[in-house]
Design a protein around this ligand. Structure first.
Ligand SMILES: *Cc1c(COP(=O)(O)O)cnc(C)c1O
Length: 317
């Protein structure tokens, strides 16, 4: 992982299907998972500036939080390992401490990348954003730079500037963009920089909406946090008023890290038809949501849709 360089430009490819022709829409997929084998997709963008800051601040370790299936945990372990930094993962679920046979491939991979894993119970995990709790952790690990769950903070959001500039160069006339949501940091970042690099007046005034598809149940609770990230970044950044965002909460497919038979079938069909692998936790739900909205007539003819493949493929097994 080279932090000094811009991430490689990942391909944006058009998907061809009779369904899209019959609705007269253009659909493209941004294969952002190709940016890095382990620090994949949105995790690369979210970590980059945080890691640079940690190095600048002379920190030796990154401490962060996540569940057993957290791609952010896997990405942090891999990125820090390759940069010669240490990493500490504070993991939800103390029952896992003594039961290695139940570890997800995500946790196994993190450990292989030398992450020190600390398991805490669900009660303690709830304190992960409380200032007093974080102060204590910082005292305990003075050499660590602490990054919140999912890597979402102001620097993570700033990291999407590069990605939106790339998308807007590849297809400035897009009208809909679908992305998966865990914490909502990615959604906030994409929205903040939705007009990045659009210098042409016509392109700037096309209606654009970013749809975030919540991968967990009752995702409504994420909205205030997303709004506050957006408020913070709009102090520095102006998003024009033909650009909108929306959180879709009906497509969690049973909840976080769950998948229904319908969801599984959708994934198999998608992977077969387009020859692009999806992950069951995030991208599959986001793209299912798009297909459902298209079929139910919510997307007008002439629309140009971008499906953002945010990665997560390490968690497929
Ligand atoms: C982490 C992750 C997300 C969710 O990102 P947030 O910024 O937490 O909303 C989406 N897709 C994939 C593949 C992820 O790994």
């Amino acid at each position: 992982m080279n932090l000094e360089q811009k991430a490689i430009t990942t391909p944006l490819v058009e998907l061809k299907s009779k369904l899209f022709d019959s609705h007269r829409v253009k659909v493209s997929i941004k294969l952002d998972y190709m940016n890095h084998p382990e620090v994949q997709g949105n995790k690369w963008h979210k970590l980059k500036l945080n890691l640079l800051k940690a190095i600048d601040d002379n920190k030796k370790t990154i401490l962060t939080f996540g569940g057993a299936y957290s791609n952010h945990i896997a990405a942090t372990a891999s990125a820090t390992q390759s940069l010669g930094l240490g990493s500490i993962g504070v993991i939800r679920g103390d029952e896992l401490a003594k039961n290695k046979t139940r570890w997800s491939s995500t946790l196994q991979q993190a450990e292989q990348n030398q992450m020190k894993l600390i398991f805490i119970d669900r009660q303690e995990y709830k304190k992960r954003n409380q200032p007093e709790y974080l102060r204590q952790l910082q005292k305990q690990y003075p050499e660590a730079s602490i990054i919140p769950e999912g890597g979402s903070n102001a620097l993570a959001i700033q990291g999407f500037q590069e990605l939106m500039a790339e998308i807007n160069e590849q297809q400035p006339t897009w009208t809909h963009l679908y992305t998966a949501v865990g914490t909502g940091g990615t959604l906030a970042g994409l929205y903040c920089f939705a007009n990045e690099g659009l210098n042409n007046d016509t392109n700037r005034h096309i209606n654009k909406t970013i749809y975030g598809v919540a991968a967990l149940k009752q995702g409504e609770y994420l909205v205030p946090q997303i709004e506050s990230w957006i408020t913070a970044c709009s102090l520095k950044q102006t998003v024009n008023n033909s650009t909108n965002w929306q959180l879709l909460t009906e497509y969690h497919d049973g909840g976080y890290a769950k998948q229904s038979t319908e969801g599984k079938n959708f994934q198999l069909n998608f992977e077969q038809e387009f020859e692009i692998p999806l992950d069951p936790i995030y991208t599959n739900k986001a793209f299912f949501a798009f297909f459902d909205q298209l079929k139910s007539g919510k997307i007008p003819p002439g629309s140009e849709i971008i499906l953002l493949h945010t990665g997560g493929l390490q968690g497929r097994h």
